[in-house]
Design a binder for this molecule. Structure first.
Ligand code: HEM
Length: 482
């Protein structure tokens, strides 16, 4: 009899352990909210205490390397429902949003679903990504005018090309390169140039070092103790701020003594911009925003260009069509740099750009936090929960894109179903550098396809998905002049 009791207790404890999060959040939390209407959480499983579903998530992303099956598994188990599941990930009760309709709803309901950057002090509290409401709208208009609108794009197109052209030349001289590492170098050099007119040299080297530490602290555990990534990232932020501040002060002094020369860069743009009331950005707003835009644009641009080199090597027919279109522009240009207006009009090239960004899924998940209880189609999303917009799933699902895993720029001949292409996010937080990202990628494709041929050294290299999708070898290529 005692054995039966012990077994019963063990079973009960096991059952409680298995269902603890669901009981705690689903029953206790929802009941407390019953006075405000809906108590039902979306379907799903919230995993074990503290750990939640983290092991399942890592199983699909890290071990199986089939991230979309994490959602497919849930769909099989719980059905499509309202396009949301409850779960517990990254230490917090969470809602996964995976359908176009639910994604659109969350992006639009900005007051209820708020962007909260982890470790925001690393990018700066007055950065675009850290502020809300009117302050956000004002800053966004500054940033967008400086990097994402036609006049800015014209200047940036001129600035980035010399370094791209000389890097491609040096890659071909090398023969074999790691695309990720090399593209990262040229992207950083270009960023230094169009952000603050920094030429290669000790300042850029110091900034490069500081940025490695800064970026690795953005999603680290916030322990400000020597030896931890977060502590190091804060030190790296100080170094980065000091470098940009020195440049900013030099420019202010030059303006005062009348020796200022017009600079064709982001810092100058930020210094000059005025909003409708005639007010300008403060120094700390300029510095925080330079740093946060750098964080947002550096890795993403690098990965997009790396994936383009990868897909084009795997799809020679696409490369052929791309090359033909770009050769016709190259002939007309006769060694001159291409302009942003010319490149953005190249129809097939822009389709290759959009297809690359769709399939690369650089920003796989976008995070929000609920600022209040939200009732969506009869389900409650409680205040303070993590909301994870699983945008990669929109781009890899056959309902949204026919044969979704194939690289097919011609699919862009037809209009996509609404809400299915969200690579740059949505709502008022939509990527502030989306046109810049597309332009930079298109310019890279122009020079790469018209001057070089290349092949993958490890065509079967496995893809890693965390923190960003990337073939394990960083896309090693053997490259030579055409
Ligand atoms: C292919 C490349 C890129 C992809 C896939 C991408 C994706 C995204 C996504 C999904 C968001 C929305 C995040 C959210 O809602 O929480 C975002 C925001 C942002 N991106 Fe990009 N991005 C790219 C390139 C760039 C570039 C080149 C820049 C600038 C140099 C940039 C600057 C920003 C900024 C400043 C925000 C924050 C906007 C705000 O909070 O109002 N991005 N990006």
């Amino acid at each position: 009899m005692w054995l039966a009791v012990v077994l019963g207790v063990v079973q009960l404890v096991g059952w409680l352990f298995w269902w603890w999060n669901d009981i705690w959040y689903g029953f206790a939390t929802a009941s407390l909210r019953s006075s405000q209407g809906g108590t039902k959480l979306p379907p799903g499983y919230m995993g074990l205490p503290i750990i939640g579903e983290m092991f399942t998530f890592l199983w699909y992303f890290k071990i199986l390397r089939r991230p979309d099956d994490y959602i497919n598994f849930k769909r099989q188990k719980y059905g499509d429902g309202v396009g949301m599941y409850k779960t517990h990930l990254f230490g917090r009760p969470s809602i996964i949003v995976f359908s176009p309709t639910a994604t659109k709803y969350v992006f639009r309901a900005e007051e209820s679903f708020v962007l909260e950057w982890p470790n925001v002090e690393i990018v700066g509290r007055s950065a675009l990504v850290a502020v809300h409401g009117k302050t956000h709208a004002r800053l966004r208009s500054f940033v967008s005018r400086s990097i994402n609108q036609p006049e800015a794009l014209r200047q940036i197109a001129e600035i980035v090309q010399p370094r791209m052209i000389s890097s491609l030349k040096s890659w071909a001289e090398c023969g074999n390169i790691n695309s990720y590492k090399e593209i990262k170098k040229v992207t950083f050099a270009n960023i230094g140039m169009f952000f603050a007119s920094f030429e290669p040299g000790p300042t850029m080297d110091a900034l490069g070092q500081a940025f490695i530490g800064l970026i690795s602290g953005v999603r680290s555990y916030p322990l400000n103790i020597p030896g931890f990534a977060y502590h190091h990232a804060l030190k790296c932020r100080k170094t980065s701020v000091a470098i940009f501040r020195e440049e900013l002060e030099k420019r202010r002094k030059n303006i005062e003594d009348g020796s200022a020369k017009p600079m064709n860069d982001l810092m100058d743009g930020f210094m000059k911009l005025k909003d409708e009331d005639g007010s300008q950005l403060s120094d700390i707003e300029i510095l925080d925003n330079i740093i946060s835009v750098l964080v947002a644009g550096y890795e993403s641009t690098t990965l997009a260009s790396m994936w383009a080199a990868y897909y084009l090597a795997k799809y020679p027919k696409v490369l052929q069509k791309l090359r033909e279109e770009n050769m016709s522009l190259k002939k007309v240009k006769n060694e001159e740099l291409v302009t942003s207006d010319e490149i953005l009009k190249m129809k097939y090239t822009m389709k290759v750009v959009d297809e690359t960004i769709r399939l690369a899924n650089i920003a796989a998940i976008v995070f929000r936090t609920t600022s209040q209880d939200v009732i969506y189609k009869g389900y409650t999303i409680p205040k303070g929960w993590n909301v994870m917009l699983w945008i990669r799933y929109l781009h890899t699902h056959p309902d949204n894109f026919n044969d979704p895993m194939s690289f097919n720029p011609d699919r862009w001949d037809e209009l996509m179903a609404p809400g299915t292409y969200q690579v740059f996010g949505g709502g008022s937080r939509i990527c502030a550098g989306n046109m810049l990202a597309r332009l930079q990628l298109a310019i890279f494709l122009h020079h790469l396809s018209t001057g070089y041929k290349w092949e993958l050294v490890n065509p079967e290299a496995k893809v890693i998905y965390l923190s960003h999708p990337k073939p394990e070898d960083g896309v090693e290529i053997a490259i030579q002049k055409l």
